[in-house]
Design a protein around this ligand. Sequence first.
Ligand code: GAR
Length: 188
Amino acid sequence: MKRIVLFASGSGSNVENIVQYFQDNSEVTVAAVFTNKSDAKVLDRCKTLKISALYFNRTSFYDTDCLLDILKGMKPDLIVLAGFLWKIPEKLVQSFPNKIVNIHPALLPKYGGKGMYGMNVHNAVKANNEQETGITIHFVNENYDEGAIIKQEKTQIAPEDSADDIAKKIHELEYKHFPKVIDQILHG
Ligand code: GAR
C-alpha cells in the first residue's frame, strides 16, 4: 500500500478531491492531513471524510524536529502540498528528496514566489490582462516554487473573466489533473 500525506492551509477542496479519487483504490491510501491553521475548513472536511488530521504551529514546524519525526514515522511514499502556504523547511526537503510535490495555481515561473498564493495569484493575473493561465505541479526543493516541473496545464482567460472566474477555472484544472499526476508519480 502506498501512503500519501497531504498538507493544506485553507479550504481543502483539493484535499477532498484527492481523498475521493483514491477512496476505492486498494494500492494507495491517504494516511493523514496536516494543517498549519487550527480553524481551516480542511479540518471540517477531514472529519466528514474520516481522515486523520493534525494541526501544527510555526514553532513545531520550523524550530523543532517534532513534525519531522512524526512524518518520518509515517513513512509516506509522497507528501503532497494541496494549498499549503508556508515554505517547507530545508530539513524536511532533505529528509524526503523527490517525495514532496506542490500544486501552484499559475504557470510557473510566472506568478510564483513569496506572497503568490491563492487569490493573490489570480488578482495579479487579471491585473496584467493575461490571456491564459494554468496550473503547475512540481517537486519541492529549498527554493519557493522553483523545484522541477512535473506537469503544467493551461486554460484561456476571456476579457470579461473576473479573478473569481479565473480561480474557478484553475480549481477545475486542479481537480482534473492533480490526483492523476499523484497516481502516476506513485507508480513510477
Ligand atoms: C489551490 O488553488 C492551490 O493551487 C493554491 O491554493 C489553492 C487551495 O485551494 N496553492 C497555492 O497558492 C500555493 N502557492 P483549496 O484549499 O480549495 O484546495
